[in-house]
Design a protein around this ligand. Sequence first.
Ligand code: GCU
Length: 725
Amino acid sequence: MKRIIKPLSEWQFSKDKVCWENVLLPHTWNALDGQDGGNDYYRGTCWYKTVLSCPVGDDRKVFIEFDGAAMSAEVYLNGKLLSVHKGGYSTFRVELTGVLTGSDELVVAVDNSDNTTVYPQKADFTFYGGLYRDVNLIEVPSEHFELLRDGTPGIKVTPVVNLEKKTASVTVETWQNADRVEISVSGQTLSVNSIDGHACADFLLENVRLWDGVDDPYLYTATASLESGDSISARFGCRTFYCDPEKGFFLNGRSYPLRGVSRHQDLKGKGNALSKADHEKDISFIREIGANTVRLAHYQHSRYFYDLCDEYGLIVWAEIPYITMHMKDGRENTITQMRELVTQCYNHPSIVAWGLSNEITSASAVNDVLLENHRALNELCHEMDSTRLTVMANVFMLEHESPILEIPDINSYNLYFGWYLGEMSQSDQFFDEYHAKYPERVIGLSEYGADANIAFHSPNPEKGDYTEEFQCMYHEHMLEMIENRPYLWATHVWNLFDFAADGRDEGGKHGENQKGLVTFDRETRKDAFYLYKAAWNRKDSFVHLCGKRFAKRCGYETEIKVYSNLDHVSLFVDDWPAMELKGRKVFTFRIPLTADNGGKHTIRAVSGEFSDEMIITKVSEPEPEYAFNNTSGIVNWFDSDYEPSCFSVYDTLGELKKNTESAAIVNEMMSRGTKSRGDVAEIVKDNPALVRMMDRCTLISLLKQGGAPEEDIKQLNRILQGIHK
Ligand code: GCU
């Protein structure tokens, strides 16, 4: 009997098990409140139920498969708890055989409430709740391929390429409760024994066609079948890759700098309950901008999206949501989520690295517990997958000497100099210092970005004005920085799309992080999108006039900026003689703004057969609509939400000393102070009256008196905020 996979998309949904509504999957209960700001979206347990009418009596086996139940799920059949799954981003399955009666009520309790054991719990994105991906009923013959262990696909394909010989040796492994398995690859078929439920077959591909990134992402298929009729398959790609600390990333023996973007899996109005068409649309933007890599942050994305990356040759950084703050009771969940990610995504040729964590030292000290958790994850990845690299995305405050940087195979940093703090040029210095100090280490740029609201514009853009013009200026600098540092193994713009962070309320938007190069609804490509398209897209020639939305301009002259992947651009203003510029990517003109024609000017940028056009109008005063009055400044998302139930720099020294964890941090800080301030701290130490006086002071007052830099205070606060009172 062949395997039958039946989508279960019609469910009833309830927040209280009293009022039920019909819903279609994929579904999230935070589609709207998770994107409107206020950090007040519904987090709790909700219920989904449906009636199964599976025929019983024959020897078929029945499983239910969930592709995404966020963040935890309890699966009940006729009121009996069958399974619990903790982790909102991976596939898991539950066997129903033997408990089905022919007409059965299936209830799934799904929970996205705040807790201390399941990641993520503290991050700059909305933790949507719901059955937000597909659910399928799977019927297989009694002898079938493995379905339960870590949501396995039942088949694992390991191609090893020999570039000189143009061959690939392909090992196909399967897991099943049968004695023999027939395995085929590229017209070759082998029948092998299954020993202790595991089968293994080796193939040799001559004159192998490589999976060659965006240029030729060729996919082979391995299939496996049992006498019972069950069969499965997996596509795979033959490639080799490595990272050189000086020359960056290499694919199939050639330098292949990874230059691309990051992506969250959500959409305006739909939350994370995306359709295949939504995923396809996102991939089309990544292909249009010309990226050759995508960081799928901060969690396991849908199988279908990894499939699309395989098909279009995009190199992927995959990761688990071990993010921002280490939870002392969360270790097991990091292991489970990583085991499921690697098990389920192993066959995707697009994936080259497993991300262990993201900015985990933002709110956690680099102590033995944190280091051990990372070593355990690093070892797990290497045990499960000897073909890929492990990586970490580090927060910009993490000092270069931190021992945590020595754990993964390679590293990247999230840098926001020029947006959250400091100047853009500090990114250049940051990498030059790191690379000079550690020339043998591979380093990349896992995040960088600046928020822009397409409503805001300025002729004199500056940090924090949320204008498109500043975002362009920022990315022009960063692109230059990147192009001058080929040793960066990979760089990922944060983010390709605006996304939901319900705790944000800035830049004229509620609940959105606006660092995207494309708006949250995918309706508008911001001007900066075209800068990268000019740098990376070698296929589709174009000319893009920036500033179409900056239509009302005052003053006697204005800048007209053109992005293009062609090497010359002519600018026509009304019927004035053309101005022509030769160059690369960015073409900047300055034109007079006259009152002729009522101040209306038609601007055309032309290069060969490609052109773009816009109309701007001279006005007497700056357009008030374009200005964002930034009263709150740029608040880094993890500094805004102060958690009173946790320690902070606003606590007194005495309070902080009462808790072992916070006392350790304060003592370490004080001992550093002793070293750096010598006698003063020594005197305090030995003077009880002074100690008592200091114990009554808040830590922030002492730090400010000591001249501690703002960033150090924020970093210490983040760490203390990770300790519950
Ligand atoms: C961090 C974090 C992101 C976040 C970004 C930002 O680097 O990794 O998840 O969205 O900063 O502040 O925009």
